[in-house]
Design a protein around this ligand. Structure first.
Ligand code: GLT
Ligand code: MN
Ligand code: MN
Length: 389
């Protein structure tokens, strides 16, 4: 039953193999769902109307596969892509699951681990490019510490920088059309993870040899775990021309890494995020990095994935209504109105403007007394979201 909220390829909805393939293991419990093969997952995503599928190297090729096994698995996967029309816009490396990475990958103290991490990532980049990926994500889940006795954080930053510089040169040398997207997370699975926020990543990128090849992959839940405003992080990334990819999901602040269905925890935050992405014309993947509740069977997994896409499209429609709502736009105009003829004084610095500003008649008491009507504005937003407006 197609309706306005049915996904279309141009919506660019993508899921990781690890999301719909999540078997529901958690630190306290065993898997609750049987694993589905990558080929089966591609067919499942196609049935739901997704545009693409993303993967870690080992979501597709087991870490101990022989070269012949690898080639057969990749061939079968490509056939499933061709049959369904799904694409692979993003790929990444699993640098967190294997015991070798218990002290990190690129930042690990053992040079052998750092060498293995680079080797594994180059092979995973080759695989991603072979499947057509244009974005390569780096989520440094194990790049952190439980105790700062283990490593000087300056050493960690230098090692992470060296690794990214090596890998951007590798991509250039291979003449791959591939950009990197760094994904921040404050903690979990490490006690603390380096470069804990999207803002920290944006600062770090400017210290790299090829900053133009590197952007960010902000994840809703990761900023919200730290109690931060995700929209503001995304806006800063966009402003810097660095919003290369985005991980959509949801999360209650201050909890463990919940990876809930998009919009499940805080629909108002999700609304302002969708409105932002649509208003600015973000044209990258809308990637759902989330998974079904552990209570679900495969039908529940499908309901989860459908829900992510449907909620995005409902919020997109709500954003259109919000932008076209005369009362809302009137309130915004009013809040931005220039009652003091101040707009003509404001502008880039000049000595004349500085003098004019110093002499301007600005009534501090009147400025402080003005109400801005944000209560009404927010209530109207709520009423749109609750479906009564
Ligand atoms: C892992 C993590 C995600 C990252 C994935 C990419 S793996 O599921 O929780 O946030 O985006 O490595
Ligand atoms: Mn993520
Ligand atoms: Mn997450």
């Amino acid at each position: 039953m197609a309706d306005n909220y049915s996904p279309r390829p141009e919506d660019k909805f993508t899921f990781g193999l690890w999301t719909v393939g999540n078997v529901g293991r958690d630190p306290f419990g065993e898997p609750v769902r049987s694993p589905l093969s990558p080929v089966a997952l591609v067919h499942l995503l196609a049935e739901l109307g997704a545009y693409g599928v993303n993967l870690h190297d080992n979501d597709l090729v087991p870490i101990d596969a022989t070269p012949a096994e690898r080639d057969r698995i990749v061939r079968d996967f490509k056939r499933a892509l061709a049959v369904t029309g799904l694409v692979v816009p993003m790929a990444t490396t699993n640098l967190f699951a294997d015991p070798a990475f218990k002290d990190g990958a690129f930042t690990a103290n053992d040079p052998g681990v750092r060498a293995y991490a680079l080797q594994k990532t180059m092979k995973a980049i080759d695989l991603g490019v072979e499947l057509g990926a244009g974005i390569y994500v780096f989520w440094g889940g194990r790049e952190g510490v439980e105790t700062d006795a283990a490593r000087d954080p300056l050493v960690a930053l230098a090692r992470f920088r060296d690794a990214l510089n090596f890998l951007t040169e590798y991509v250039r040398d291979q003449e791959y059309d591939l950009r990197f997207a760094l994904e921040a997370k404050p903690n979990e699975p490490r006690g603390d993870i380096y470069l804990a926020t999207t803002g920290a990543m944006l600062g770090f990128i400017e210290t790299l040899d090829h900053p133009e090849m590197v952007g960010v992959n902000p994840e809703v839940a990761h900023e919200q775990m730290a109690g931060l405003n995700f929209l503001h992080a995304v806006a800063q990334a966009w402003d810097a021309g660095k919003l290369f990819h985005i991980d959509l999901n949801d999360q209650f602040p201050g909890r463990y890494d919940q990876d809930f269905r998009f919009g499940a925890a805080n629909p108002k935050n999700a609304f302002f995020l969708v409105k932002f992405l649509e208003d600015v014309g973000y044209d990258g993947s809308r990637h759902f990095d989330a998974h079904a509740y552990r209570t679900e069977d495969v039908e529940g997994v499908k309901a989860f994935a459908r829900g992510c896409m449907r909620t995005y499209l409902i919020l997109k429609e709500k954003a259109r209504r919000w932008n076209e709502d005369a009362e809302i736009q009137g309130l915004l105009q009013e809040a931005n109105a220039d009652r003091d003829d101040a707009a003509e004084i404001l502008g880039p610095y000049s000595r004349e403007r500085a003098e004019a500003l110093k002499g301007a008649a600005l009534d501090r008491i009147a400025l402080g007394a003005r109400g801005l009507a944000y209560e009404r504005l927010d209530q109207l937003t709520t009423e749109i979201l609750l479906g009564v407006r």
